[in-house]
Design a protein around this ligand. Structure first.
Ligand SMILES: Nc1ncnc2c1ncn2[C@@H]1O[C@H](COP(=O)(O)OP(=O)(O)OP(=O)(O)O)[C@@H](O)[C@H]1O
Ligand SMILES: [Mg+2]
Length: 392
């Protein structure tokens, strides 16, 4: 820093502001390194974030060109003076790094360095990185117009003031790094949530439409020689189901609710869906809806999705002859029941983890709208899935 106390302070302040402006860890690291090099008039600056395997998870340099960086080869390991800085969490200020007993040499393309200043970056007791500079180019407090120090062989040397300034930067670097990591972590969580939402949506809506589509196509194939007219009807149904699957897919991706709910309402949407299933399966599938008022959109959507999954499970797993769906008013809200006379199962025996998404997804949908889901089933006893939602 060579322009007097006031502009020096402004330069430090600019550097600190720049550090905290970035949200991505790598951008934060780059800003720290560039600021440190500029503020302390160093030829080279670097920052390494150690990993747990004796290497560096991240290593950022400033003052080295892209080609030079490539020529140097693989990232350094934690050895020599770097390791001492990380493990002993102590500053290192050396007049000539090459003369230090811990110096272990450089790769051939590594730039030559003499004077060296390095500081650990600490978050509490933990060392989260090392920030270091080499080859001071101008004497401390000198005028920018002064001739520069002549490089490695006659370097100016880092001073105690430099060390103090770098330690301020290192402290702020710790904060900026920690914040950036928290930000990245929270973004990863958001992405994971979004992925799980999409998985549920695709499972609930799209995979079931495709399942019905497959069955209808099989029916058409079976009919085509015997009864071409009916086969034609089934093929028409295939086209309808394919179009619906495409709509569901689009809705899942842009998080729209099923268009049919807006256009026709819950009762009509359920009725149509159930008619299609009744036609496509050997089991008799019925629907009865009584006096249900319009519900808040999210609750209607939960009702539809739970009905779809419960129906899908009944038709796929239970071997039922009959599957009955009822929708009734209950206080200000409504109750949906899907009952089958199939094999039944032990609900406690189903692991939450693993490939079974349906029951988990139904529970998530219920709790997402303040509703309650009940699964009543036992081997040999058939199954009833009930969803009650509170209404508006
Ligand atoms: N109505 C039912 N009758 C008989 N068994 C059922 C019924 N519903 C669910 N099951 C049993 O519970 C298991 C878990 O159901 P769930 O819907 O969670 O997963 P899945 O249907 O196997 O797979 P996914 O729904 O993810 O495609 C099923 O594999 C099946 O053994
Ligand atoms: Mg299922």
């Amino acid at each position: 820093m060579s322009q007097g106390p006031r502009s020096g302070l402004a330069a430090v302040s600019t550097a600190l502001l720049a550090m905290s402006r970035h949200l991505e860890v790598r951008d934060v690291l780059k800003t720290i390194v560039a600021s440190a090099r500029e503020l302390l008039d160093a030829q080279y600056a670097a920052l390494g974030v150690p990993d747990d395997h004796g290497g560096f998870a991240q290593f950022v340099v400033d003052g080295v060109s892209e080609e030079q960086w490539r020529a140097i080869g693989p990232l350094p390991r934690q050895h020599g003076i770097l390791a001492a800085m990380l493990h002993e969490a102590r500053p290192e200020r050396l007049a000539d790094v090459r003369k230090d007993p811990r110096f272990e040499g450089w790769p051939s393309a590594h730039p030559d360095m003499s004077d060296f200043l390095g500081l650990p970056i600490r978050d509490g007791d933990e060392v989260i990185g090392a920030l270091f500079l080499a080859n001071k180019l101008r004497p401390a407090g000198g005028d920018p117009a002064d001739p520069p120090c002549p490089g490695p062989e006659g370097s100016c040397g880092f001073t105690e003031d430099d060390e103090e300034l770098l330690s301020i930067l290192a402290q702020h670097a710790a904060i900026a790094l920690t914040n950036a990591r928290l930000y990245e972590r929270s973004r990863e969580l958001t992405i994971a949530e979004e992925r799980s939402r999409l998985a549920h949506e695709l499972h609930d809506a799209v995979s079931q439409k495709l399942f019905s589509l497959r069955l209808t196509a099989q029916a058409a194939a079976a009919l085509v020689d015997r009864d071409p007219a009916r086969a034609k009807g089934e093929l028409h149904q295939v086209a309808v189901l394919a179009a619906e699957a495409a709509d569901e897919l689009r809705a899942a991706v842009v998080e729209l609710r099923p268009a049919a709910l807006d256009e026709d309402g819950l009762v009509a949407t359920l009725r149509t869906h159930i008619q299609v299933l009744d036609r496509a399966h050997t089991a008799r599938v019925t629907f009865a809806g009584h006096g249900v008022r319009v519900l808040p959109a999210a609750q209607e959507e939960a009702m539809l999705r739970v009905a779809q999954e419960a129906l899908h499970n009944a038709l796929r797993h239970s071997g039922a002859q009959h599957v009955d769906v009822t929708l009734e008013r209950s206080g200000g809200g409504a109750v949906l029941r899907v009952t089958d006379d199939g094999s039944g199962f032990d609900p406690k025996g189903i692991r939450r983890a693993g490939r079974h998404l349906g029951l988990v997804s139904m529970r998530d949908r219920a709790s997402g709208v303040g509703g309650a889901l009940t699964v009543e089933s036992a081997p040999g006893k058939g199954t009833t899935i009930e969803l009650e939602v509170p209404g508006g």
